[in-house]
Design a protein around this ligand. Structure first.
Ligand code: 1HE
Length: 269
């Protein structure tokens, strides 16, 4: 199904806290609330949901970053004061819907992390498919100190990156990981110098955009589901997914190109 790019473009240009720009096959979304360190309030979570549900049909990869000195300070704590228990459940489910739209949307998503990547900011980062961190990045889950719990999918996604034991430590003790430690434990895939995150993300995005779309789809949609399935179910899904991908014309042409020596070999960088 093709989305109407003009309709989607109109919706995207009306977002007040999320700046959306397209550059060829790449759509770049910036959290644009630097005065509040990109803290996510109800409006911003709705805008993130809208944006990922309406990505331009021509975009092949999305890059998410934060304006100002920090990626994201997490939940806007001012919102919490008004909430009762029933509001709280719905609030958490709204975050789930937004980050599900990001994780299970049509394109791979790369998050560029700098400064604070804390609370809901880390939950957002963990929903992305790849994370590029700059040297200034630091990670924390201050929910424990604030008397609350993660509610934006972090309990499901963060242990899949770093394990339950490390997340338990972060939440119970307030432990903060710097960019190097974050890279070592798997919070980021790439660690680059300050100011170089976007360039690295765009380089990766161009590489990803050059893949066959169905391969990217299999990696982002099938792989995590297979990892969550029993081995038997996972292997069955793998067989179906691989036959679908390999039956596509794009795969046939790429394999032919290699056999006819028109495609690159695998080499060390
Ligand atoms: C905020 C928020 C926020 C900043 N909600 N307003 N998240 C936290 O517990 C992190 C709280 N924030 C911080 O620890 C610091 O702000 C930072 C380390 C991120 C940045 O420090 P700094 O010195 O650059 O900025 P600042 O002076 O602390 O903040 C600038 C302004 O942003 C200030 O407002 P102002 O009106 O006084 O200018 C701050 O109040 C405001 N601000 N962060 C509201 N988070 C789905 S559940 C998820 C649960 C969570 O995410 S809990 C973790 C919440």
């Amino acid at each position: 199904m093709k989305l109407d790019f003009r309709a989607a473009g109109e919706r995207l240009s009306q977002l007040s806290m999320l700046r959306v720009e397209t550059a060829g096959p790449i759509v770049h979304l910036r959290l644009d609330r630097p005065a509040k360190r990109n803290a996510i309030n109800d409006e911003l979570i709705a805008q993130i949901h809208t944006a990922f549900a309406n990505l331009p049909s021509r975009s092949r990869v999305a890059v998410v970053s934060g304006e100002g000195d920090h990626f994201c300070a997490g939940l806007d704590l001012a919102d919490l004061q008004e909430q009762d228990v029933a509001d709280g459940v719905l609030h958490s489910r709204a975050w789930h819907a937004a980050f599900d739209a990001l994780q299970w949307g049509p394109v791979p998503v790369i998050a560029v992390l700098h400064g604070a990547v804390v609370g809901g900011g880390l939950e957002l980062a963990s929903a992305a498919h790849l994370r590029v961190a700059e040297g200034s990045a630091f990670y924390a889950l201050p929910e424990g100190q604030r008397g609350i719990f993660v509610g934006g999918g972090g309990a499901a996604r963060i242990p899949r990156l770093i394990g339950v034991a490390r997340m338990t430590d972060m939440m119970l003790t307030g432990r903060v990981f710097d960019a190097q430690a974050g890279q070592a434990i798997g919070l980021s895939n790439y660690l680059v110098a300050d100011g170089e995150g976007l360039a690295k993300a765009f380089e990766l995005a161009h590489r990803i955009a050059a893949n066959a779309p169905l391969s990217n789809f299999a990696v982002t949609q099938a792989l995590p589901r297979i990892a969550d399935a029993s081995q038997g179910d996972g292997l069955f899904i793998e067989a179906l997914m691989s036959s679908i991908a390999q039956g596509d014309d794009a795969a046939k042409e790429r394999v032919r190109a290699f056999l006819e020596k028109r495609a690159g070999k695998v080499s060390k960088e």
